[in-house]
Design a protein. Sequence first.
Length: 88
Amino acid sequence: MKIELKPELEALIKQDVERGPYKSVDEFVEQAVSLLHEQEAWLAKQGSEIRAKIEEGYAAAQRGELADAGEVRARVEEKKRAWLSENR
């Protein structure tokens, strides 16, 4: 399979390979595709819950009940990490 990338993306991949976390461009791409599939699987599984939470949050905001954005992001990231560790 041949893949053509924008020069700036190709440069980023080469930097990562040269830095050492990946042994080759192929390994980098394999890891990137794997992570993308994990993320998409998580979103598909959690989609209806996410939409419900968004609607709940929007309704709360309409009532003037706002949450701190940093705190919300931290909770979402923790849930994502937990799901990924369970599903790997």
